[in-house]
Design a protein around this ligand. Structure first.
Ligand SMILES: NC(=O)c1ccc[n+]([C@@H]2O[C@H](COP(=O)([O-])OP(=O)(O)OC[C@H]3O[C@@H](n4cnc5c(N)ncnc54)[C@H](OP(=O)(O)O)[C@@H]3O)[C@@H](O)[C@H]2O)c1
Length: 327
């Protein structure tokens, strides 16, 4: 018997309960991992509240953690009990003391990266990797817009952009968050609770606007984001923190300047071992070289049983950087 977070219906943070649970027998391609630090991601709230209705009840929650291999299935190659590992794309159930994950979703963790650093950055950092390098390749000196710059994904994006020598314009929802994003490496940060986003982008770019906008806020920023793009610019809509973008009249892309739109996800970019190795190596190199710091403040580390509190803090926009659950 192990302890994990479970839910049996979609709803607010109150549907999460801390339960005893018996893991299924280990599959031949699976690795049993004792989790030492668990990543909390905004997507976990979409799964919990039913925006992404992927749960089969009773269901576990979460897809990311770092820990130590306890046991390997008969067909597993290259992993042994005692190995330090991290994963970001497991089946639902990472909010648990123990989780079982397909070997192709598991990466070895370099010695100098702690379990907490890994769980705080694996999903979010590989996301920033594909967004800034593959969805659109950000060039040195390029100015671009990235929303929610003081969030978990956002703070990594600030630092990655700086490492690329690019000029990231971030947005953030308070004066304190603006300072945090700037300190992390954003070139400029717009307080979107107070300032007009398109107007500020117009000023900062001297009327040129930007070639690419990365928007994980969704509904609330959709129109402003399109307004910030220059002719044939690319709108990367990669999240729904304020609600999903729905019912789009494609004519708006024509009206705003023959724009492109993409709605990417990590699961569309990291689909096999080779892609996992490439993205994780790029992230680990950024952390090892000191370009990216992913340390989590104590107030954003929660006991596993307190997952609901972590969700509340995240959804109330009270966090900067990542949140962790510690079993
Ligand atoms: N597609 C992908 O591959 C992928 C992968 C990872 C994450 N994501 C997306 O990236 C985003 C960031 O994820 P994260 O885990 O790092 O979360 P996060 O950025 O730490 O938290 C979400 C942030 O969104 C901002 N926000 C704006 N409007 C909001 C609203 N109405 N309600 C709540 N928050 C609002 C808040 O920052 P301010 O207070 O500064 O506005 C909040 O802190 C999420 O939308 C997530 O779904 C997508």
């Amino acid at each position: 018997m192990v302890k994990r977070i479970e839910f049996t219906e979609y709803g607010g943070p109150e549907v999460l309960s801390f339960c005893e649970y018996t893991p299924a027998p280990l599959g031949p391609d699976e690795i049993r991992i004792e989790n030492y630090a668990i990543g909390v991601n905004y997507i976990d709230t979409y799964v919990r509240n039913g925006l992404y209705p992927t749960a089969q009840f009773p269901s576990g929650l979460g897809t990311e953690a770092a820990g130590v291999v306890v046991k390997t299935g008969a067909h597993v190659l290259g992993f042994n009990p005692g190995d330090r590992v991290v994963y970001a794309q497991s089946p639902l159930g990472a909010y648990s003391e123990i989780h079982q994950v397909d070997q192709h979703a598991v990466a070895h963790l370099p010695d100098h990266i702690s379990f907490e650093q890994a769980a705080a950055s694996f999903l979010k950092g590989m996301t920033v990797y594909y967004l800034l390098n593959q969805t659109y390749a950000i060039k040195q000196d390029e100015i671009f817009l990235f929303h929610a710059a003081a969030g978990g994904v956002g703070l990594i994006a600030c630092q990655w952009a700086k490492a690329l020598g690019a000029k990231m314009i971030g947005t953030a929802g308070s004066a304190e968050k603006v300072q945090r994003a700037k300190a992390a490496g954003a070139w400029e940060v717009i307080d979107y609770q107070k300032e007009n986003i398109p107007q500020r982008v117009f000023e900062l770019t001297q009327g040129a606007k930007v070639n690419v906008v990365y928007d994980s806020v969704g509904q609330a920023t959709w129109l402003d984001s399109l307004e910030c793009l220059n002719q044939r610019g690319l709108m990367v809509s990669f999240g729904n923190a304020s609600g999903p973008v729905t019912g789009v009249d494609l004519g708006i892309l024509n009206k705003k300047g023959s724009l492109y739109v993409t709605r990417p996800s990590l699961s569309g970019y990291v689909t096999n071992r080779e892609q996992l190795n490439q993205a994780s190596r790029a992230l680990f190199d950024m952390i090892s070289s000191g370009h990216i710091n992913v340390d989590v403040p104590e107030r954003q580390k929660f006991a596993l049983k307190d997952a609901a509190s972590a969700h509340r803090l995240l959804e109330q926009r009270q966090t900067q950087g990542a949140c962790l659950l510690i079993p």
